[in-house]
Design a protein around this ligand. Sequence first.
Ligand SMILES: *[C@@H]1O[C@H](CO)[C@@H](O)[C@H](O)[C@H]1NC(C)=O
Ligand SMILES: *[C@@H]1O[C@H](CO)[C@@H](O)[C@H](O)[C@H]1NC(C)=O
Ligand SMILES: *[C@@H]1O[C@H](CO)[C@@H](O)[C@H](O)[C@H]1NC(C)=O
Ligand SMILES: *[C@@H]1O[C@H](CO)[C@@H](O)[C@H](O)[C@H]1NC(C)=O
Ligand SMILES: *[C@@H]1O[C@H](CO)[C@@H](O)[C@H](O)[C@H]1NC(C)=O
Ligand SMILES: *[C@@H]1O[C@H](CO)[C@@H](O)[C@H](O)[C@H]1NC(C)=O
Ligand SMILES: *[C@@H]1O[C@H](CO)[C@@H](O)[C@H](O)[C@H]1NC(C)=O
Ligand SMILES: *[C@@H]1O[C@H](CO)[C@@H](O)[C@H](O)[C@H]1NC(C)=O
Ligand SMILES: *[C@@H]1O[C@H](CO)[C@@H](O)[C@H](O)[C@H]1NC(C)=O
Length: 545
Amino acid sequence: MYSEYKSMAYCLPQNPLLQSRPVQYTDAMNTTVGCSSAAIPYPSLYGAQFVNLTAVPVINYTVPSTQESLSYPNNITGLNFCNVSISYTHPGQNDLINVRIWLPSNDWNGRFMGVGGGGYSTGPTSDSPLANGLSLGYSVATTDGGHELVSPTAATWALNSPGNVNTYLLQDFASVALKDMAVIGKAATESFYQKAPAYSYWNGCSTGGRQGLMMAQRYPDEYDGILAGAPAINWASFIVAEYWPQLIMNLMKSYPSACELNAITAAAVAACDALDGVADGIISRPDLCYFEPGSLTGQSFDCEGVLSTFSNAGTTLAQAAWTGARSTNNSFLWYGLSYGANLTTGLAVTTCTNGTCTGRPFSISSDWISLFVQKNASFDPTTLTRSTYNDVFHASKQQFTSIIDTADPDLSSFRDAGGKVITWHGLSDNVIFPEGTADYFKRVKAMDPDVESYYRHFRAPGVEHCRSGLGPYPKTAFESLVQWVEKGIAPEVLAGESLPLNGSVIQRNLCMYPQDLFYTGGDPNVASSFRCLSSKAGTTAPGSA
Ligand SMILES: *[C@@H]1O[C@H](CO)[C@@H](O)[C@H](O)[C@H]1NC(C)=O
Ligand SMILES: *[C@@H]1O[C@H](CO)[C@@H](O)[C@H](O)[C@H]1NC(C)=O
Ligand SMILES: *[C@@H]1O[C@H](CO)[C@@H](O)[C@H](O)[C@H]1NC(C)=O
Ligand SMILES: *[C@@H]1O[C@H](CO)[C@@H](O)[C@H](O)[C@H]1NC(C)=O
Ligand SMILES: *[C@@H]1O[C@H](CO)[C@@H](O)[C@H](O)[C@H]1NC(C)=O
Ligand SMILES: *[C@@H]1O[C@H](CO)[C@@H](O)[C@H](O)[C@H]1NC(C)=O
Ligand SMILES: *[C@@H]1O[C@H](CO)[C@@H](O)[C@H](O)[C@H]1NC(C)=O
Ligand SMILES: *[C@@H]1O[C@H](CO)[C@@H](O)[C@H](O)[C@H]1NC(C)=O
Ligand SMILES: *[C@@H]1O[C@H](CO)[C@@H](O)[C@H](O)[C@H]1NC(C)=O
């Protein structure tokens, strides 16, 4: 895939900046001229006080593949760049933020890429996303947002003291450090090449997706193009909603086994799979899919060779996970997961020892509830009742929406600045509810019916959180964004390609929301066997019964 990204980059128009790059930088790696703290002064950034800056040439660097990731399957080798590290503080706020910028020594493509993080990490936890951008010729930057990049828990930074959230660090994570990173990264790029980047892009998924939309909403002039996958927007609501399946288990005092939940998911997928005309294990027509798990109760299933019976607790839990969080009077709090989402790797995880099972909450959610909402590192979320869960949900929205929700539908400033944004969301996402992203798109469109002229949303059936799953993944979405920004070619679809999990690679063109994939006949692994059509009421898929 890396080589495909690379060839795409070569197809981009020749950038005049390449010719005007100062000759001395061609030799930078030999002479270290250019890549030194003397050549890269502190940027100008209102509100920041710089602490230190280092710039060191790195030669022939290799970044190993991240095997589990569809995005970076290959080792990236032979990287030559100027490794710039800049630390700064916001005086009076007791923070220390570290920005990393990698500047290609050869063949800079004249563009800047800000790279997003994941979970509570403000930036990527591996070098792969930076190396990927660098290998395409981008100058790339990332920030740690003032707290550890790799941390299994937010407990290391969330609280200043029991009862007191570190609001400055939360703001850094949510928005402030992202704007800083754009300014610092672009300034260092300009110092090194003595040319400002011609275009600036954001590339992120999950928290990185949220960050991209934060840039569009709050700092509309920083990026020309924003790719935001599976965005963790609506944060104040959806993070608490992620705990809902665990709450239901705690209230039932019953923790269904993984094999029971997986069998329920398999039954739901089996019921809906072929509604799109093709039995491939992928639900491509979520609009047609309705599955009532209660009917399974009492039926038998095979649990790793042991004949078992679907329990009321199991089917109740699955139904709750699909319905989504509800208030004490059963009014809507948030969306649920899609039928295709894996319940046992995300939100309904249980651990069983000797036949006794307990719940294992998704730590991003339980951390949020304990640390940020309750402000109590020892808070035990299993003590929540329906009523106190409702209170937590409400408090989270009241206290944190303005800081981190990232769901402001007014993108008019970004539109007027000429920006373009692509969001996409896997419909088998097991931790972030795809309907939340669709809802955001609808709210932007409600404010501006012409939204598609600068913001398009795509759905990826069968794709899990940011990658993985049976479904075709939009692996060239970033290139589509660049084409839109620089050539005005707006993407009608995103080309998708699956992993060879089922023995063969499936290619499908992912549809722009609210369209869905309709099978029109032919080889179902070939993109041209499907069309994108509106699935509004009354229409059914050609080829389906
Ligand atoms: C910059 O200063 C900070 C704070 O003193 C320190 O933690 C960091 O290691 C320094 N970085 C470099 C590259 O010297
Ligand atoms: C770059 O490193 C690789 C090993 O990672 C080595 O095989 C190759 O010879 C090196 N190239 C140069 C020009 O040093
Ligand atoms: C990446 O490099 C490692 C170690 O050199 C090697 O074992 C592995 O096969 C390489 N992976 C790929 C996809 O080339
Ligand atoms: C870049 O510089 C930072 C700060 O000195 C260092 O921690 C990091 O390991 C360097 N990265 C590479 C790839 O050399
Ligand atoms: C969920 O993921 C686990 C771990 O990869 C896997 O064993 C299980 O079969 C998956 N469940 C479904 C319904 O696909
Ligand atoms: C792919 O795998 C799923 C289950 O994992 C199965 O239901 C489906 O029929 C398979 N599709 C094809 C084309 O083999
Ligand atoms: C249900 O509760 C919500 C707040 O949790 C409230 O806004 C709504 O009016 C209530 N609905 C009914 C029917 O009582
Ligand atoms: C599980 O059962 C085995 C055999 O009965 C016992 O030795 C072990 O201590 C039990 N483990 C736990 C965690 O209860
Ligand atoms: C913090 O949480 C623990 C465990 O749930 C609880 O016992 C304690 O009362 C809480 N502290 C405060 C101040 O609420």
